[in-house]
Design a protein around this ligand. Structure first.
Ligand code: SF4
Ligand code: SF4
Length: 285
């Protein structure tokens, strides 16, 4: 089963929830994989602190232009929707960071002056401890194209009993790439007006992708009514609430919050896991 953890905005505690869930499932002796798809700001292994056992390059195919064969026809510039090739004084100039690897320019070049070569954009780190498996992507500095990296992160540990995806914040392409095959989506939010606005966008995204979803309120407070009212209106369940807790925040900053969560919020996580199990039963029946 694949559970994605997402949030409309950063800083809501998405990684706290994803990692805590991974630990709670791990203690049930399941093979659990946690996949850090927040490849622009990966932080899962800061908390797991696993020794990286394998590092793979994440490559994308980009054009290489043999200028000696080029007739300056401009077809490559015309077809490129991302302005990654521009003709300057009759010579094609290529901007690799803007290329989306669609292959269009290679196909259209009448002189066969373009071939594709591999270009590394990120590293994928892989590790394991007991029944907990980790894969995470790290975009190289200056790179902007995260969806291919996210795809490659998600190719790992397909056979795990539970795969938990820690997705990037927001509702744009990288998030959609992270959550698209999830069986269940947990939307983490906080009870503020910003949280409310971003949660409503995240709910729309989940509905558009037709992924069964539920909400977890992090930093729960007397303002929870903001989130409860929205969830009631759009008929989405709230399956957990973790209170604002200074002890979690302090331990988070030291990379050590999981033991606090396990000790103090065992009941809340049991409830979240029960909701997921119930969903699984309905889903499989
Ligand atoms: S399509 Fe080929 S021949 Fe035409 S400008 Fe581009 S590289 Fe040169
Ligand atoms: S592969 Fe696609 S995106 Fe990249 S330069 Fe060629 S046409 Fe543009």
């Amino acid at each position: 089963m694949q559970i994605a953890v997402a949030s409309g905005k950063g800083g809501t505690g998405k990684t706290t929830i994803a990692l805590s869930l991974a630990y709670f499932f791990k203690e049930k002796n399941l093979k659990v994989a946690i996949l850090d798809c927040d490849v622009e700001e990966p932080n899962v292994n800061l908390f797991l602190n696993l020794k990286i056992q394998e590092e793979k390059s994440c490559n994308v195919m980009v054009p290489y232009i043999d200028k000696s064969l080029c007739s300056a026809c401009g077809e490559c510039e015309r077809i490129c929707q991302f302005s990654a090739i521009v003709l300057v004084k009759g010579k094609p100039l290529f901007f690799p960071e803007m290329c989306h690897s669609c292959g269009g320019c290679t196909l259209i070049c009448p002189e066969k002056a373009i071939k594709e070569i591999a270009r590394e954009t990120a590293k994928i780190e892989i590790s394991q401890k007991d029944n907990l498996f980790f894969a995470g992507g790290k975009l190289n500095i200056g790179e902007a194209m995260s969806p291919p990296v996210i795809r490659q992160v998600k190719e790992n540990f397909i056979d795990a009993d539970i795969r938990i995806i820690d997705s990037p914040p927001g509702t744009s392409c990288p998030v959609i790439e992270s959550v698209r095959e999830a069986n269940f989506l947990i939307l983490v939010t906080e009870p503020t007006l910003f949280g409310l606005n971003d949660l409503s966008l995240a709910i729309e995204m989940a509905r558009a992708l037709k992924i069964p979803s539920a909400v977890v309120i992090n930093k729960s407070s007397k303002s929870d009514y903001l989130i409860k009212d929205l969830c009631k209106q759009v008929n989405i369940p709230i399956i957990g609430a973790i209170p604002e807790d200074r002890e979690i925040a302090e331990n988070y900053s030291k990379g050590e919050f999981i033991s606090v969560v396990k000790e103090k919020y065992n009941a809340q996580f049991k409830e979240i896991i029960n909701h997921i199990k119930n969903f699984r039963r309905i889903y499989n029946s």
